[in-house]
Design a protein around this ligand. Structure first.
Ligand SMILES: Cc1cc2nc3c(=O)[nH]c(=O)nc-3n(C[C@H](O)[C@H](O)[C@H](O)COP(=O)(O)OP(=O)(O)OC[C@H]3O[C@@H](n4cnc5c(N)ncnc54)[C@H](O)[C@@H]3O)c2cc1C
Length: 415
């Protein structure tokens, strides 16, 4: 009987594990499972949310380039030993070695790979779930785009629209910068106020030191109001309540409480491991990540690997938690695929310096590639090369290049 490897989640981590195992272990059967039919390339979601001047048919094209049918990617592998099942995972029986789906069917595995990603974390702030927009799916981003567009249409110079973006990580910065650059290019900047709210003193605080400096300078130049050292404490219809963050330096004066009226509020304040991890009865850390050893095997379960945003390794020599990033998921995926296919297990460890490259509007980016700072238009070109490099990992070269060129043509229409 063929050994069956079941991969849960066709995101960054799961897609690459499934593809590599199918290629390197032709005698095995690989089953890739996801509740969605599409693989979402999240680094392009900010382009979808800010595509204000694209027609409906171009938006449909944009959607197709950001959310790629999983079946098409599976076809691109050219392997006959891999299949895709669109099913929602609701449980796991480690005793019986099977996965349980929402439609009450089950699937037996010899080796299981859990790559179910993360969920938006609103830290229990009242009103976020009801009144804020979220950028996690293409549908969510298209909805956000429609809200931005409607607000701009109704705005006047006397009564400008207000967009609040909460969270100074990569998503918040890219969206604020792209939106603001779009409005500037069309001389519409007087119609909209963009506020970027962040709990810390600077944006992109987890990245290399050149990046927060570059990004804040650029956002200010684009007219984004940087509201640092502030925390969102409640959202009501059209009204955000902000409080000053704890432990701010004495010389920084921030009002204790501010009430800001808004037209659109985007919450990009954080993610947490997928809640389904809590139902699997595997070892978890305090935040709900599944605990693995350095070979990315689940502790106490030799036949289960886990990787990506849902995982944590207390033994990593860096002593740091794994960041919820696509590049970490992709690096881990290569290790997991090798460990499944060979008898000599390899260990994953975080790089000393995290790579990162963040778009800051007008086809510019700021970044650090393994310790080397990059910025401006060159930075943006490198960022696009990183996109292509990823697509080449999951598609044939001709598909990847065609796809990437099409996406870039659409993005340029919106610059
Ligand atoms: C807007 C945005 C922009 C980002 N930009 C970047 C960036 O520029 N660079 C970067 O490094 N990182 C970026 N990230 C982070 C990156 O997307 C994640 O770190 C990465 O997707 C993690 O990969 P993963 O495979 O663990 O999870 P995911 O890619 O999220 O994949 C998880 C998969 O599991 C599926 N799934 C979930 N629950 C179930 C279930 N119950 N049953 C079946 N299937 C299920 C999901 O549909 C999904 O396909 C961004 C994230 C967002 C939201």
């Amino acid at each position: 009987m063929k050994k069956r490897i079941v991969v849960l989640g066709a995101g960054f981590a799961g897609m690459i594990v499934a593809r590599n195992v199918a290629k390197n272990s032709p005698a095995s059967e690989v089953v890739l499972v996801d509740k969605r039919s599409e693989h979402v390339y999240t680094p392009w979601l900010y382009e979808v949310a800010t595509a204000l001047n694209l027609s409906r048919s171009r938006l449909r094209d944009l959607r197709k380039t950001t959310a790629i049918p999983i079946k098409d990617i599976v076809k691109c592998t050219g392997c006959t030993n891999i299949s895709f099942r669109q099913k929602e995972v609701v449980g796991l029986s480690t005793e019986d070695h099977h996965v349980i789906f929402a439609d009450k069917t089950t699937l037996a595995y010899d080796t299981l790979v859990i790559a179910l990603g993360s969920e938006v974390h609103d830290f229990g702030i009242p009103g976020v779930a009801k009144h804020a927009s979220i950028m996690k799916t293409v549908e969510g981003c298209l909805q956000l785009r429609d809200r931005f567009e409607a607000a701009v249409e109704h705005a006047t110079e006397q009564k400008p629209a207000t967009f609040i973006i909460v969270g100074g990580g990569a998503t918040g910065v890219e969206t604020a910068a792209e939106l603001s650059a779009f409005l500037h290019t069309r001389k519409l900047q007087r119609l909209v106020k963009i506020l970027l709210v962040n709990a810390g003193p600077s944006v992109l605080h987890r990245f290399a030191p050149n990046m927060p400096v570059d990004a804040m300078r650029r956002l200010e130049r684009l007219g984004v109001r940087l509201m640092m050292n502030r925390m969102l404490s409640e959202v009501k219809a059209g009204k955000a309540i902000l409080h000053s963050a704890p432990n701010i330096p004495n010389d920084v004066r921030i009002p204790k409480e501010e009430i800001v009226h808004f037209d659109v509020l985007l919450w990009s304040g954080g993610v947490k491991p997928h809640g389904i991890a809590r139902t699997f009865r595997l070892g978890l850390d305090a935040h709900g990540h599944i605990l693995v050893d350095r070979t990315l095997r689940v502790k106490g379960h030799d036949d289960i690997y886990c990787l990506g945003d849902i995982v944590s390794c207390a033994d990593d020599p860096s002593g740091r938690p794994y960041p919820p990033c696509a590049w970490a998921a992709v690096d881990q995926a290569a290790i997991v695929a090798q460990n499944i296919c060979s008898d000599a297990p390899r260990e994953y460890s975080l790089p000393k310096r995290f790579p990162g490259i963040v778009a800051i509007g007008e086809r510019r980016a700021t970044g650090s590639i393994y310790g080397f700072p990059v910025s401006g238009r060159l930075g943006f070109m490198i960022r696009r090369m990183v996109d292509l490099n990823y697509l080449l990992k999951i598609m044939t070269p001709s598909h990847a290049v065609t796809f990437w060129r099409k996406a870039n043509r659409l993005f340029r229409l919106n610059d």
